[in-house]
Design a protein. Structure first.
Length: 306
């Protein structure tokens, strides 16, 4: 039996999940050879543009291995009747875990201390200064979707005071609502960015928001790079406007601005928030489930609903 043809722009992990994809489908890697492919597997940071869709006249499904769709031209997909699926919920614990790890790394100067030891400065009699407790800080969550709410639960379980902002107040939320990013920054000193990317949230964390966060403030971004104004963030770190940052995402990945590379107490990781074996396996399974449902004519398990 002829296997359906799909274009894969992103690899599924762990490896056995990639093998399952190869076993069930004829997997193409070159868009030039994929004109008759009905489905595309992509990642949140890669997406699929209108120009790419134009080269895929048979396309009926865009299966995103992730939750971000800001890099997918949703308007063009809707115009052509192309379904879009994501992998919600299953990566939320891993991303929340990474957000907390970055907060601890920046707040307790873990990366600074590691370099201090490796450089021989401890052995030479040097000492690092004290740092404020991370768990004693007031937490703010910018973006109260699945990941933001999972992170909020984790922080509450650790005894932290949690506030949030989002497009609308949630009547069932146990956390304090703030009207916008500036109001949230004024109330917290540990700002977690979990908002969706896109034009509406670009540079939502601005110089004004960073100033409101204050000199003990820490910014953690596990959402999309452009939600935070990178130039303003670098300036705030250098000037002492805020105390530190933990960043897993950037504007032009994998390129990181030199100003952030040089900034003090800025912990950088290469978009690893969902990179646990458990999360990636569950994400890959949802991609496979959506592909199987599409080709069998069944309802899609996790369609993106906008």
């Amino acid at each position: 039996m002829t296997r359906p043809r799909i274009l894969s722009l992103a690899d599924l992990k762990p490896q056995d999940m990639a093998w399952r994809l190869e076993n069930d489908y004829e997997v193409l890697r070159d868009i030039e050879a994929a004109a008759n492919a009905e489905a595309v597997v992509t990642a949140g940071n890669l997406g699929l543009s209108a120009a790419q869709m134009a080269r895929l006249p048979a396309l009926r499904l865009i299966a995103v291995n992730g939750v971000g769709v800001d890099a997918v031209d949703l308007a063009e997909a809707a115009r052509r009747g192309i379904a879009v699926t994501t992998t919600p919920d299953v990566l939320s614990p891993a991303v929340a875990e990474m957000a907390l790890a970055l907060a601890l790394a920046a707040g307790r100067q873990i990366a600074v201390a590691d370099r201090f030891v490796r450089a021989g400065r401890w052995a030479a009699g040097g000492k690092l200064g004290l740092s404020p407790s991370v768990l004693e800080r007031r937490a703010g969550i910018l973006g109260y979707g699945r990941i933001g709410r999972r992170l909020a639960q984790m922080l509450r379980d650790l005894g932290m005071d949690v506030s949030y902002t989002s497009r609308r107040e949630r009547s069932d939320a146990p956390d304090r609502f703030c009207a916008d990013a500036l109001a949230l920054a004024e109330r917290c000193d540990l700002l977690f960015v979990t908002a969706a990317g896109g034009a509406e949230t670009r540079h939502l964390v601005s110089a004004d928001v960073l100033a409101a966060l204050g000199p003990q403030g820490i910014v953690v971004n596990v959402a999309r790079g452009p939600v935070v104004d990178a130039a303003a963030l670098a300036d705030a770190l250098v000037s002492g406007t805020i105390a530190g940052a933990g960043l897993d995402v950037f504007d032009d990945e994998p390129n990181v601005p030199q100003a952030l590379l040089d900034a003090p107490n800025c912990v950088l990781t290469p978009h690893l928030a969902s990179a646990t074996v458990e999360a990636r396996r569950a994400m890959a399974q949802l991609v496979l489930d959506n592909l199987a449902a599409h080709f069998a004519g069944r309802p899609l398990p996790t369609p993106h609903r906008g």
